[in-house]
Design a protein. Structure first.
Length: 186
């Protein structure tokens, strides 16, 4: 039979529960029945998974004056969590712009606000001497291919999708699901 050590979160929870219980037991109250009532409230709070809500419940349980016998069977309800404000979605014009800003800022990190992908039409294509394509989209964004590939075909007027990659890069997907890594120039 093997035993697994408790996780750090479980250990912190156990310490918090023990501290709350010791405060309850060492604080003088009107009767022993109120001690049991407060201990029940603390146990109820201990089952709340969210840290902030659980802490508010502990505070409320320990702050309340001892209840009379008519409210001894009342259940403790944790306070409702505050709703999060809605997050505004960035516009398509800003998609990939953090690469331009990153080069201009020379390493200053700013939290990127991104959309997962954009769809646009190819307005112009130019080929550099090294074979890399520079692609201008109808939304005035300019993207450059990162490496030459003979399998990637693209024409003006093609509908393309630019997707954000897992590690901060971008992929341009052409009709026929062929794709190439790109970086935004403007």
């Amino acid at each position: 039979m093997s035993t697994r050590p408790n996780s750090p979160r479980k250990h912190a929870f156990d310490c918090l529960f023990a501290a709350a219980l010791s405060v309850i037991l060492t604080t003088p109250h009107a009767s022993a029945a109120t001690d049991a009532e407060i201990a029940d409230k603390v146990r109820d709070c201990a089952n709340i998974p969210r840290d902030k809500v659980r802490l508010r419940c502990f505070d409320a349980a320990l702050r309340e004056p001892p209840a009379t016998t008519s409210t001894a069977n009342a259940e403790v309800e944790p306070p409702e969590p505050e709703p999060l404000p809605p997050k505004a979605a960035p516009s398509d014009d800003d998609f990939g712009k953090e690469q331009v800003e990153r080069r201009q800022a020379k390493g200053k990190k700013q939290p990127p606000e991104e959309t997962p992908q954009i769809k646009a039409t190819v307005a112009a294509i130019s080929k550099r001497r090294d074979g890399l394509l520079t692609i201008t989209l109808d939304n005035d964004q300019i993207w450059r291919q990162k490496s030459v590939t003979s399998l990637f075909r693209l024409r003006e007027g093609d509908e393309v999708t630019v997707k954000k990659g897992r590690f901060g890069g971008y992929t341009l997907v052409a009709p026929g699901r062929k794709s190439t890594a790109v970086t935004r120039l403007e």
